[in-house]
Design a protein around this ligand. Structure first.
Ligand code: BGC
Length: 417
């Protein structure tokens, strides 16, 4: 039941004043966690809330990066009926905060000490004007490769440690008749690969100059041309049915032994785990060769919208508090494939890939090599992000050569800045 209906009932209002029933409200949650691994992780949250008497109204809108979800959200808010909580990334959160649409979570944050435990890089998107507006759930990163271990063993391929070795490995798989690179041709997936290729080719400096500072010289540099050349190399190793394929179906190709590699954020690990696979035994996880030491992060948060009614607000606050508890952060992220969004969560429950993710994250934060994902809205506002998607995808599909792509990129970014 929604808060505004309850509000008119005096008897219910009296009941709400009496402690536990103040939580007897549903939260309506808009998200894009629709794959098997994602649904398993979402269940951890649903069950946690249900244990507190909070019901769940599900509003799934599939599509990595959240582009489709953000379109649906806009319609809901415009009609004056926002959901309680919305999965959201990076600059999108700040955009909604600027519109004055988000709730203030300062009381929960103060009671639970969020300021002390949430990494700075996440606070930059979870707070606006000094106020907490969103609860960080995790820290994913995008510059990962997932590999089928049996294929690599069978072909005598060692885990590649440089871009050149990676290309040799892709060629060897291709020659064996297997699919080298499992990929889904969707703009956000092309852009996800691009994150890792930029880091691998130009390092943290080029990434920062070109995609954070949006420096036109960096955007048209020879190294950027090489970035696009490498994208074209990858394009040469996907199968002919790649167009439009969902990312989790690409993961399934690696899981089933149809394909050797997938470049994807560590939500892919959720699919391997959900299929009963074990890191180091069935699959390998490693950074996009050449990008080791750098981390392009993508942190899911639940942005909390302004809801009406004490009971609705209480349920929303309870959801925010649950999300940020160390126990939840461990239980959820073990299943989701991500690292916790707080720095004090022990790593013992995590598998080898999860422990590596946590260590890489801490090290990158210390050494200044932690940087927001271009593909997942942590480098730029949506207009620039989408302009980059367009160019990367058009190039991936052979519309431009690499030299043209860098020119298109600089123009598209300039227009949409
Ligand atoms: C989200 C992940 C999600 C992935 C694929 C990303 O944008 O941050 O949580 O698993 O999309 O749906």
């Amino acid at each position: 039941m929604r808060g505004y209906k309850l509000k008119t009932l005096a008897a219910t209002a009296a009941l709400l004043a009496t402690t536990s029933l103040a939580h007897a409200e549903d939260v309506e949650v808009l998200h894009w966690w629709t794959s098997g691994g994602e649904a398993a992780a979402l269940n951890v949250l649903k069950e946690d809330l249900s244990g507190q008497g909070i019901g769940w109204q599900d509003m799934p809108v599939a599509g990595g990066g959240g582009t489709e979800a953000m379109t649906v959200l806009r319609a809901r808010v415009t009609s004056g009926n926002p959901p309680t909580a919305v999965q959201m990334l990076g600059f999108d959160i700040l955009d909604w905060a600027e519109e004055g649409a988000l709730a203030n979570l300062n009381d929960v944050a103060a009671a639970e000490g969020w300021d002390e435990v949430v990494p700075e890089a996440l606070q930059a998107f979870a707070k606006h004007d000094g106020n907490w507006i969103s609860a960080p759930v995790n820290v994913h990163s995008t510059n990962w490769v997932w590999a089928n271990k049996a294929i690599l063993d069978e072909l005598g391929i060692a885990q590649p440690t440089s871009w050149d070795e990676f290309v040799v490995a892709l060629e060897a798989v291709e020659a064996s008749g297997k699919i080298a690179l499992a990929h889904g041709g969707q703009a956000w997936q092309d852009a996800t690969i691009f994150d890792g290729v930029v880091l691998s080719t130009g390092g943290i400096d080029l990434y920062r100059q070109a995609f954070i500072d949006l420096d036109p010289e960096a955007l048209v540099s020879d190294t950027m041309v090489e970035v696009f050349d490498r994208m074209a190399t990858l394009r040469g190793h996907v199968d002919e049915n790649f167009s439009g394929r969902d990312w989790n179906l690409a993961s399934a190709m690696v899981i089933n032994g149809e394909a050797a590699f997938q470049i994807m954020g560590d939500w892919a690990k959720g699919e391997f785990i959900n299929a009963g696979q074990v890191p180091g035994e069935d699959f390998l996880c490693f950074r996009v060769p050449g990008s080791e030491g750098t981390v392009s992060f993508n942190a899911d948060q639940f942005a909390m919208f302004g809801v009406e009614g004490d009971d609705a607000v209480a349920a929303q606050n309870a959801m925010a508090a649950s999300i940020m508890s160390p126990e939840f952060q461990s239980a959820f992220n073990v299943v989701k494939g991500s690292a916790p969004a707080r720095t004090d969560v022990p790593n013992d429950a995590f598998d080898a890939c999860g422990q590596q993710a946590m260590a890489d994250l801490a090290e990158a934060a210390d050494s200044g090599t932690l940087i927001g994902s271009i593909a997942h809205g942590h480098a730029n506002r949506a207009a620039v992000k989408n302009a980059i998607y367009d160019v990367v995808t058009a190039h991936f599909n052979g519309e431009f050569d690499s030299a043209t792509a860098v020119q298109e990129l600089v123009t598209a970014i300039e227009i949409n800045q």
